[in-house]
Design a protein around this ligand. Sequence first.
Ligand code: HGY
Ligand code: MN
Ligand code: MN
Length: 400
Amino acid sequence: MIPVDPQRFLDDLHHLRSFGASGVGKGVVRPAFSEADIAARDWLAGRMAEAGLMPAFDPVGSLFGLAEGPSLLLGSHSDSQPEGGWLDGALGVIAALEVARAAKEAGGPPLSVVSFQDEEGRFGVTTGSSIWGGNQALAEADTLTDAGGETFAAARARMAARAGDFVTPAQFTGFLEMHIEQGPVLDSSGDKIGVVEAIVGIRDMKITLTGQQNHAGTTPMALRRDAFQGMAAFSHRINDRFRNVVTPATVWTIGHVSLHPNASSIVPGRAVFSMQWRDGDTARLDRMEAIIRETAAEVAGEMGLELGFGPLLGLEPVAMDARLRGALEAGAEAEVPGGWRRMPSGALHDATNVARLMPVAMLFVPSIGGISHDFAEDTAEPDLVTGLRVLARAASALTG
Ligand code: HGY
Ligand code: MN
Ligand code: MN
């Protein structure tokens, strides 16, 4: 097995947390292209070079540490949610760095490392790997905006001085991504490792309802065209309309809302909100889209509101590669006999996009309390090290 150094791995993981450390628990604020994100990527590039890997930034800010010749690729992302945990993405990047570094020191197999950019979707959905994997054209992605109205093109221009060409995928024989589970399954079962069978699909779009901005004291209820009331009615109605279509595993979220002008004494004239839905079945995702569009049109019609839909972003459900998955399963059984399980992923990951280019597989470590996308996200350190060892075993087996 590749002789990984758990202490060096943990030290690097804690160091990465210092970029954008929130001051609340172990949380981080390191959204894509923020100062903290770019500083973290510069530090990572240095660590890659020290490990004997060649650092290479691509035009969208994803950072690769390349081994010479054909290699197995390991990694994840180092950007965070606006309020993020210290392990989401970071764990897979630093575990990859440690396994590749240890392999190099031991004269072992060539392993490359990646930290994809904007996995957390400040601009799109897993933007950096989505472009690299060919799910989305760069020109199209450049027009995407974040919640503050900045374009992806303007954001990536901040890293232009570092950027080379896109890295050629053909040099990689496959991709392994280690990640925190971000849900309650392993924490409640007591298993130490989850080997992912498939990653769900996702759809995401902005919806805009426009009414009439007006005085909140003088405008009679019957005469109002209130954009917030429209959004609230849509949200309520959609839960009912989905009832016969969804399974207990289907999820949908209105997570970002922008009301205009957002003042107590003004009937809101405009509501822009995100509508996101996820499921393992493409046909169900499509049925849900139709219901969303119909219900929004119905509510807008009844309440005298104008309706607009933003671009529909999406990723299809993806099954993991049997051979790579088998290597992770064998590694898990060797490290924690009987203490691991196969499971689906309800979170999205860069692996979904990379699967368009090469075989991919993923492993999870437990999330304490099942909490993620929150400063409180955490995993017990011995569990982090178990994950590192399983990754190292799988990387050895696949390159031996
Ligand atoms: O939202 C997700 O599933 C991922 O964390 N980007
Ligand atoms: Mn992640
Ligand atoms: Mn995340």
